[in-house]
Design a protein around this ligand. Structure first.
Ligand SMILES: [Zn+2]
Length: 832
């Protein structure tokens, strides 16, 4: 499963306000005992769109796991149970049962021996919208079965049905043992209005038209999988078909996205081939379908052979010009088909066995398809996601949690992925991928816990890896390193002192590469940091140009280093990984008074990796005329010629810092670019030099549908027709929004509008609202959100300064600038 940023934001916002019941901290979450095992599940379901009900018949084959038993408990949430019987050939014998709305306790009538199979028949009605957790309110986020616009009352929204099982919500729509350590083969007969298509796990065997205008589709899954991976989708979809080694690969999208489905999902066959190759396990299932669902409650879900994506995956051809932002999610869910579906976590405590691999597959795919920089960029982003999540106290394998949903977090995903990345570096690529193969082959069609992963790695490498698992899987936190470099001329020794400064007693054991550079020459040493303070000496005839601790830049750690600017310049040039260059750019960004730092940033504007070109551009202090002069030629060149639209778009935003009459021509030309970000940024840039021209362009562009950056830009420029009226309207709207991703997204537009308001009282009240929002964001997010909001406020000040230059009311505008300045941290006030 993959959650969206929006959900993560909300989740964290909720946690901070939750009541402090901590009794869960003492409750060890053991793996659920297996008394009866699922063997086969056969369902016959019909949908009641009027009531959002499912009328179902279930034939469930089970067998006692080992010990004999005369009873069976099934999860069956919020259902109406009409009949429970034992099958005996075609005959049925009614069984006694108790049902409390949550668990169905069945008396089997006699003892069954371990391994002796039996089949239960249940006639039931699933009522997903009425499910209640024992006496509390109806639940909204674990309905299992979702009817979207079932009566067609919502305009512009299709009628759909989709299911979401993880964690234990499949048992809302069929009775089962809803635990990840169960597996069952499956058959589903789905009767639906004939105008719709269906999707489920496995293979579509037959389709039969019925006299009442419905059709019954029969889906069959011959290989066993866990109940939470069951899926049904029903709706008016276009199905676009690809293939992999003769197996069907298909994409179910809304009709209007049929022509772009391959642009969004078309790399899937190549991904399947790549993941098959690196795992040494050819794609194990009969087909692979991906479907998009409206109002989906998560980001995406890896149902076996039938992944469900949020409709956010559906992007238009123009949106895709800026890049397919959903591609990493496509990789994530696909890799789950091996890690999660083929081998499954035995308990939610071990969820990282599913999620760390899915998360890390995003790095593996980016590295394979787009090069090492792209892989490293993904890895870095995910590491930051963990470091900012403020979850240093949570174990990766989590036996204590409040709610099972809590383990779907930046530790199980992001940290888990980074731990795999370090392990790969430590034992080498061939051992790493061989170990994945051994783990999959040994545990296929079974549930596993973290020790099984360790055993596979130990088998392949011949190394005892308990230390690694104890430190990273069964422990919490990450190292904070303080790294000091020095050189002693007398002894000709270079020295590295590494202090572990994280709070608490835990000391990490870290195998680390240290590279000693003289010119382009590099000598690599491998050392082990394993104490609170470690000192490493290296013989070298002269002071090295650079000593690079963590030479492969793989450590999951926060680092503080005493490198000089010259050393960083050397690092940018010669060390050369994505993170080496990134660190150098970040160091130079802090020292823009030094011409050498500006020179580094200027050359980074031409970095071979677009993400770093963007980073360098975003770091420039454009309020410094010396900086502006140095980078001018490159900014112009990038705005016109960069191969990546998003980089071109960023450069266009910077052009306005220069009073160059050529600008306007570039903007007007760029406004018609196929990229939404180029077009949108150009429109905004034009509005800053010529409002009437921008309004005219906006009116022209508004004739076509727009999304993303351009859609926002159109709104922004439209607001300039009557800034005061727009400001008043937006103030009401902004003030009413709760703390949310939506409010964050609106902040940029709202702040910008303040730049066009003359009335000082209004300016102040608008700034107050923004600052109030900025300061209310949970601490864990502020290092990500503050820079954005503070920059927007600085942009207003720049705009105001220009108004003075253009003959505006100097006295009033100065008051406004001073007011905004007072709301910024000291470092952000520079240049005003
Ligand atoms: Zn996932």
């Amino acid at each position: 499963m993959k959650k969206t940023l929006f959900l993560l934001f909300l989740a964290t916002a909720c946690i901070t306000t939750m009541a402090q019941d901590t009794s869960w901290k003492k409750e060890y979450r053991e793996t659920v005992p297996r008394i009866n095992d699922l063997v086969h599940t056969k369902l016959d379901v019909k949908f009641d769109y009027e009531n959002s009900y499912l009328n179902g018949k279930a034939w469930i084959t089970l067998k006692p796991h080992f010990y004999k038993t005369d009873s069976l408990t099934l999860d069956a949430k919020g259902m109406g149970i009409h009949k429970v019987a034992m099958m005996n050939g075609a005959a049925m014998k009614d069984l006694k049962y108790e049902y409390d709305g949550w668990l169905l306790r069945i008396n089997l009538g006699k003892n069954y021996k371990g391994g002796e199979s039996y089949t239960i028949y249940i006639d039931y009605t699933a009522k997903p919208n009425e499910v209640k957790v024992k006496g509390s309110a109806a639940i909204s986020d674990a309905k299992g079965l979702y009817f979207i616009n079932p009566k067609g009352e919502e305009k512009d929204k299709p009628t759909q049905i989709w299911t979401q099982g993880e964690t234990e919500a499949s048992s809302v729509w069929f009775p089962t043992i809803d635990k990840p350590n169960q597996r069952t083969t499956q058959e589903i007969y789905m009767t639906v209005p004939a105008k719709y298509v269906t999707l489920s796990n496995g293979k579509l065997m037959t389709q039969k038209k019925n006299a009442d205008g419905t059709r019954t589709d029969y889906w069959k899954m011959d290989l066993p999988h866990a109940p939470y991976l069951f899926f049904m989708g029903v709706g008016d979809f276009s199905i676009i078909k690809d293939s992999y080694k003769g197996k069907e690969v298909s994409y179910y999208v809304d009709k209007e996205y049929a022509s772009v489905a391959r642009k969004i999902f078309g790399n899937t066959p190549e991904m399947i081939a790549f993941f098959s190759k690196i795992t040494g396990v050819d794609y194990p299932w009969v087909k692979y379908a991906q479907i998009t669902g409206h109002d989906y409650v998560s980001g995406a879900m890896e149902n076996t052979t039938a992944t469900l994506h949020s409709d956010a995956a559906q992007q238009t051809a123009r949106e895709l010009v800026d890049g397919n932002f959903w591609e990493s999610t496509i990789a994530h869910e696909l890799f789950h088909q091996w890690f999660g579906d083929y081998v499954t976590t035995e308990s939610w405590s071990n969820i990282t066995l599913n999620e760390s691999f899915a998360n890390y597959s995003e790095v593996l795919w980016a590295e394979y398809k787009y090069g090492k920089d792209a892989g490293d960029d993904q890895n870095y982003g995910d590491m930051q996601g963990y470091l900012f999540s403020n979850s240093g106290k949570k174990d990766l394998v989590r036996f204590y949690y409040n709610d099972k949903e809590d383990v779907f977090d930046a530790v199980s995903y992001n940290k888990g992925g980074r731990i795999l990345h370090m392990l790969r570096n430590y034992i080498g690529d061939s051992a790493f991928f061989k170990a994945l193969n051994v783990y999959l082959a040994t545990n296929k069609f079974k549930a596993a816990e973290a020790h099984q992963l360790r055993l596979a790695f130990e088998e392949v490498t011949g190394k005892d890896l308990n230390w690694y698992w104890n430190q990273w899987y069964f422990g919490a936190g990450h190292p904070s390193l303080d790294i000091n470099y020095s050189y002693d001329n007398a002894t000709k020794k270079a020295r590295v002192i590494v202090k572990q400064t994280q709070a608490g007693d835990k000391v990490f054991k870290l195998p680390v590469a240290v590279d000693v550079y003289n010119g382009a020459n590099k000598i690599r040493y491998t050392v082990w940091a394993k104490s609170k303070i470690d000192t490493f000496d290296f013989n070298t005839d002269r002071k090295p140009d650079l000593i690079n601790f963590d030479g492969d830049k793989i450590l999951l750690a926060t680092k503080k280093e005493n490198k000089t600017l010259d050393e960083y310049i050397h690092q940018y040039k010669y060390a050369g990984t994505y993170l080496d260059r990134r660190e150098a750019i970040e160091a130079a960004a802090e020292q823009q008074d030094d011409p050498k730092a500006v020179e580094l940033l200027n050359s980074a504007l031409k970095d071979k990796y677009s993400g770093l070109r963007n980073l360098a551009m975003g770091s420039l202090n454009m309020s410094d005329d010396k900086v502006k002069a140095v980078v001018e030629k490159n900014i112009f060149d990038i705005a016109k010629n960069d191969s990546k639209p998003v980089v071109r778009a960023a450069a266009i935003s910077y052009l306005n810092s220069y009073n160059n009459p050529e600008n306007k021509d570039i903007f007007i030309k760029a406004i018609n670019d196929s990229s939404y970000s180029v077009s949108g940024n150009a429109l905004i840039a034009l509005s800053e030099v010529d409002v009437p021209a921008a309004i005219a362009e906006m009116k022209e562009l508004s004739k076509e549908p727009a999304k993303g950056v351009l859609a926002n830009a159109l709104k922004e420029v439209e607001a300039l027709i009557d800034p005061d009226k727009s400001f008043d309207e937006m103030t009401t709207e902004y003030e009413a929004l709760p703390l949310s991703q939506e409010k964050f997204q609106m902040t940029g537009t709202y702040t910008k509008l303040i730049g066009y308001i003359d009335n000082t009282g209004k300016v102040k009240s608008g700034v107050d609202l923004i600052v109030k929002f900025r300061d209310a964001i949970p601490a864990a997010f502020r290092s990500q959100t503050d820079p954005f909001i503070n920059k927007a406020l600085r942009d207003v000040m720049t705009k105001k300064l220009r108004s003075i230059q253009a003959g505006g009311n100097k006295e009033e505008i100065t008051k406004q600038i001073e007011y905004i300045k007072s709301k910024l941290p000291e470092a952000e006030r520079k240049g005003f």
